[in-house]
Design a protein around this ligand. Structure first.
Ligand code: CTP
Length: 403
């Protein structure tokens, strides 16, 4: 079997020495590693070191006679299963964001269709500079992945955010990106609709009711479904998350808006996964002006029930369609999930007790159980990204079973 190929770009940060260990670890993990050093990187680490650690010729100069292939930047760009740049300087990120290709590394990265993973290392001020932040945000929006710099003592002796991430985390992320790239596109041709995040129910022009949903679980599902080849629509309440690349995103504020957008989208979908936390209640009337303090008097707010969105989607369920709901509970998670399964005409529910450490709001992990007609399957604590794949695996199996 062909070994997974990592192209490792090394740029001129003092952390360039760490690239040697990254290359060694990737080779040990079974990868073929090709290193491209920029001119500045060669001031900090030698070609010889990287060649020894990677076991492959190092590439540095666009115009040197080719060592392995006729057109080396194109061959490498195509060969890569993941394109890792570690360490990446602010200068490299700037060039990449601008599409500049003036050396071997920037040219090859511009020519690749492989997932690009960038491990940042730079002076704190450079990192925080709005230009760098804009470049990172832009590259993120087109699917480039970043490993953020960590706090530590920088080359100047000052302490700040700018240190290259831990080698372990970089290697893990590269291997994960390879696994994802080589994973089957088993949702190709399917329409998947995902809801995520909280809703915001206005009280007056400056206040609203909301909940603690961060949207992380729904975004993870949308990302995974897109990677697996589905045509994905993500209907999202207000979150601070970056819209996943390649996904159609529709933003909503209230439960009513979610219902209005979801119903037509769901009618076209093969799989609908409702990870959003729509508010069950809204203010009966929204005050036209800011509500004034009552000076000692209690203020009552009358709430009226919102539509149950999942139930409405369940009522229009097509034959062969798979509907998945969530149940975030603080007590009796499983019993409550079983009740919701029937009421909302769902195929299965992802239930979690949000009071358990490692589960629930604003964390990157979850402890869930799948609840369906057949019973309950408890899952161990796992990253939300992994749970996303498990949910999609189960939804796909059910879809196939329905023919
Ligand atoms: N849900 C919905 N519309 C609502 C409330 C919830 O569509 N108004 C969906 C959520 O997206 C989730 C599932 O229903 O997939 C369960 O949400 P949850 O808040 O746990 O259930 P509720 O029906 O609100 O039940 P309860 O208030 O009894 O916990």
């Amino acid at each position: 079997m062909k070994k997974p190929c990592v192209v490792l770009g090394v740029t001129g940060s003092i952390a360039a020495y760490r690239a040697a260990d990254i290359a060694r670890r990737l080779v040990k993990a079974g990868c073929e590693v090709h290193c491209i050093l920029t001119k500045s990187a060669q001031e900090l680490i030698t070609e010889r070191t990287m060649e020894t650690m990677s076991g492959q010729p190092c590439i540095t100069d666009m115009f040197a006679p080719p060592k392995q292939w006729e057109v080396e930047h194109i061959e490498l760009a195509q060969r890569a299963d993941v394109f890792l740049v570690a360490p990446a300087t602010a200068n490299f990120v700037g060039k990449m964001a601008a599409g500049i290709a003036d050396d071997m590394l920037t040219t090859t990265v511009l020519a690749t269709k492989a997932p690009v993973l960038v491990a940042l290392a730079m002076n704190t001020n450079m990192y925080e500079n709005p230009v760098t932040q804009r470049n990172i945000a832009y590259l993120r929006s087109i699917g480039v992945r970043f490993l953020e710099p960590i706090e530590g003592t920088l080359a100047t002796g000052a302490v700040g955010k700018g240190h290259i991430p831990e080698t372990d985390d970089i290697v893990k992320a590269a291997l994960q990106a390879i696994a994802e790239k080589n994973a089957p596109r088993d949702l190709e041709g399917l329409r998947v609709v995902v809801t995520a995040g909280p809703t915001r129910e206005p009280i007056d022009p400056v206040r609203y009711l909301t909940n603690r949903s961060s949207g992380k679980m729904g975004y993870a599902i949308a990302r995974a479904a897109e990677r697996r080849g589905a045509d994905v629509t993500l209907i999202s309440g207000p979150t601070t998350l970056e819209a996943p690349a390649g996904v159609h995103i529709q933003n909503i504020l209230t439960t009513q808006e979610l219902l209005d957008i979801l119903l037509p989208a769901a009618s076209q979908a093969d799989i609908v996964i409702q990870a959003a936390a729509p508010a069950d209640y809204r203010a009966e009337t929204v005050a036209a002006q800011k509500i004034k303090k009552q000076d000692g008097e209690a203020l009552s707010l009358r709430l009226v029930e919102n539509p149950d969105v999942a139930r409405a989607v369940g009522e229009q369920k097509r034959e062969g369609q798979v509907l998945v709901g969530f149940a975030a509970e603080t007590e009796d998670a499983l019993a409550n999930a079983q009740r919701k399964l029937k009421k909302k005409n769902l195929d299965f529910i992802v239930a979690n007790d949000v009071t358990r450490p490692g589960a629930g709001f604003d964390v990157d992990t979850n402890i869930a159980a799948f609840v369906d007609e057949a019973g309950v399957k408890e899952l161990p604590l796992m990253p939300k990204d992994e749970l996303a794949d498990r949910i999609l695996d189960k939804a796909l199996a059910l879809l196939k079973a329905k023919g």
